[in-house]
Design a binder for this molecule. Structure first.
Ligand SMILES: [Zn+2]
Length: 260
């Protein structure tokens, strides 16, 4: 069985078949547990609603760096209250995304709300899911600081070097690997998977985005995680079963509330 650590089933692209997928289709296709990750405030509310509706679904709540214009004290208070929900397993996705944002003031604002949400995780003793794009140095700086006060988590859709990945691994953090690892131009991610231990890897889709080969460009779903598991098995020279088993346990280790 596969543990899907990062999905967005609240996305409208799942309107036609969300019920079918979450009520039985994913389970019938070897997907054991699913964490639905909020990115917007509305997405957080919908993640909790899905977790309440389906046994196998858990929620993460947090505001994505590209959505921080909607954060205010009320939203922060809502996140604080709702993170004690029995099926909310993490704060996320939170972090830094400098890809589209060149303006230094807006980047500063991202760093401000990233740290505010990391404070929340620290105070509530709950793990985090990090989104980081074109912001390797600033992200590592912040995570090191919070790792010192026992905040742990997953660097999702990992896109940096194997050397930086090792820094996260040494701190006991997890690296999220998804469809990108099957892409032809994924040399950096393949090297990362090669060099870090399997005990530090979790499987994720980021669906509806990032569908693996041979479905690249299509709508993604957790069912396609089998291609990701196969690719990791090939890179590491082990069986798919071992990849599934170890990454499933890794996900349970970090998302502690999903053990119930
Ligand atoms: Zn995501």
């Amino acid at each position: 069985m596969i543990f899907e650590t990062h999905a967005h089933y609240d996305d409208e692209k799942f309107d036609p078949d969300r019920v079918e997928l979450l009520s039985h289709l994913l389970r019938e296709n070897n997907i054991g547990k699913i964490v639905n990750v909020g990115a917007t405030f509305n997405g957080c509310k919908e993640s909790i609603a899905l977790a309440e509706k389906y046994d196998d679904v858990y929620a993460a709540i947090g505001i994505h760096p590209e959505e921080i214009d909607e954060i205010n004290d009320d939203v922060m208070e809502w996140l604080a209250v709702n993170s004690s929900h029995p099926k909310v397993v993490a704060i996320g996705e939170i972090g830094l995304d400098y890809y589209w944002v060149k303006d230094e003031k807006q980047r500063e604002k991202q760093r401000f709300w990233f740290e505010k949400q990391m404070d929340l995780a620290k105070n509530l003793k709950i793990p985090v899911i990090i989104h980081s794009r074109d912001a390797a140095e600033d992200t590592l700086y912040t995570i090191k600081k919070y790792n010192n006060v026992h905040v742990k988590g997953i660097v999702h859709c990992y896109s940096y070097s194997k050397e930086i990945a090792m820094e996260y691994v040494k701190m006991g953090w997890y690296i999220g690997v998804g469809g990108v690892v099957t892409f032809k131009n994924a040399k950096k991610l393949v090297e990362t998977v090669e060099s870090i231990p399997l005990t530090s890897i979790v499987l994720e889709t980021d669906c509806p985005y990032m569908a693996p080969v041979p479905h690249r460009g299509e709508r993604n779903s957790s069912m396609y995680l089998s291609y990701v598991a196969e690719k990791i098995a090939e890179i590491k020279g082990i069986t798919v079963q071992e990849v599934e088993k170890v990454t499933y346990q890794n996900a349970l280790n970090i998302y502690k509330k999903a053990n119930k």
